[in-house]
Design a protein around this ligand. Structure first.
Ligand code: HEM
Length: 227
C-alpha cells in the first residue's frame, strides 16, 4: 500500500484527489465572493462571512483545506522534479512543439504563480480577519456583523494595482484549471476516449466560469460600482 503512494501513479492520483478538493473549495469561495457584487450594501457578503466563521463544519474543514493545499503543492513539486530527472533535455525541447497544450506544459509555473498570489491574498484578508484585526472590520451599525465587505471593497476601490493583481490571479487560476480539471478526471480513471473529449470541454467551461467569476469582482470595483 505504501508503495502505491510513492509510485508515480499513486502520487498523480493523490494530486488529482487534492485537486478535486481544492476545486470544491473554489466553487464555494467564488459563490460567497460573488455576493460582493450581488448586494452593494455589503450585508449579504457579511452574513456569508459570519456564517463561514461560526459554522462548526466550516471550522473543521479549514485546517483540512490548508493540508489539501500543502499536499497539492508537495505532490506537484515531487512529480515535476521526478519527470524532469527522468526526461532527457533534448526530448523535453522536442515535446514543446508536440500536441501538449501550453497550459499542460506550464502547469507547475502556473501553480507557483497562483501560490504567490495566494500568499498575497491571505495577507490582504485572512491575516487581518483572523490574526491582526483591522479598523475597517468594525461591526456594521444595525446587524453588528463584522464588516468584511468594507475590508475587501476598500482594497479594490483604493488600488488599481490590486485590482489588476486580482484579475491576473483569476486568469492564472482559469489557465491552471483549464488543464487540471480534465487531467484530474483522467488520472482517477474516469475518462475514456469519448469522455476525455467531453472532460476537456467541461474543464475549459469550468475554467472560464471560475477565471471570469473571480476577475469580475475587482473589475466591478474598478468601474466604481461598489460601495
Ligand atoms: C476577487 C477574488 C477574491 C476575493 C474577493 C476573495 C476574498 C477572500 C476573503 C474575504 C477571505 C477571508 C475569509 C475569512 O477568513 O473569513 C479569503 C480567504 C481565502 N481565499 Fe480568497 N478571495 C478571492 C480569490 C481567491 C482565489 C482566486 C483563491 C485561490 C487561488 C482564494 C483562496 C483563498 C483561501 C485559501 C482563503 C483562506 C481560507 C478561508 O478563509 O476561507 N481566494 N478570500
Amino acid at each position: 500500500m505504501s508503495s502505491f503512494f510513492t509510485s508515480s501513479i499513486g502520487k498523480k492520483t493523490m494530486l488529482s484527489l487534492s485537486g478535486f478538493f481544492l476545486i470544491s473549495f473554489l466553487c464555494v469561495h467564488l459563490t460567497a465572493n460573488l455576493m460582493l457584487i450581488v448586494d452593494s450594501s455589503g450585508h449579504i457578503f457579511n452574513e456569508v462571512c459570519h456564517f463561514m466563521a461560526t459554522n462548526p463544519v466550516v471550522r473543521v474543514i479549514e485546517p483540512i483545506l490548508a493540508l489539501g493545499f500543502a499536499l497539492h503543492i508537495v505532490l506537484a513539486s515531487w512529480l515535476t522534479l521526478q519527470n524532469r530527472a527522468a526526461r532527457p533535455v533534448k526530448y523535453a525541447r522536442r515535446d514543446q512543439s508536440g500536441n501538449a497544450s501550453w497550459t499542460s506544459r506550464n502547469m507547475y509555473i502556473l501553480g507557483a504563480m497562483i501560490l504567490v498570489f495566494l500568499l498575497l491574498h491571505l495577507w490582504n484578508f485572512w491575516w487581518k480577519i483572523k490574526i491582526s484585526g483591522d479598523p475597517l472590520l468594525a461591526p456594521e451599525p444595525i446587524s453588528g456583523l463584522e464588516n468584511t465587505y468594507a475590508l475587501v471593497s476598500s482594497l479594490f476601490r483604493e488600488s488599481v494595482l490590486y485590482c489588476l493583481l486580482y484579475m491576473l490571479g483569476g486568469i492564472l487560476l482559469g489557465l491552471h484549471l483549464s488543464h487540471g480539471f480534465g487531467s484530474a478526471f483522467q488520472s482517477v480513471g474516469l475518462s475514456n476516449k469519448v469522455w476525455r473529449k467531453r472532460m476537456t470541454i467541461i474543464g475549459n467551461l469550468f475554467a472560464i466560469v471560475v477565471g471570469t467569476g473571480f476577475s469580475i469582482i475587482p473589475i466591478y470595483f474598478l468601474l466604481g460600482l461598489g460601495k
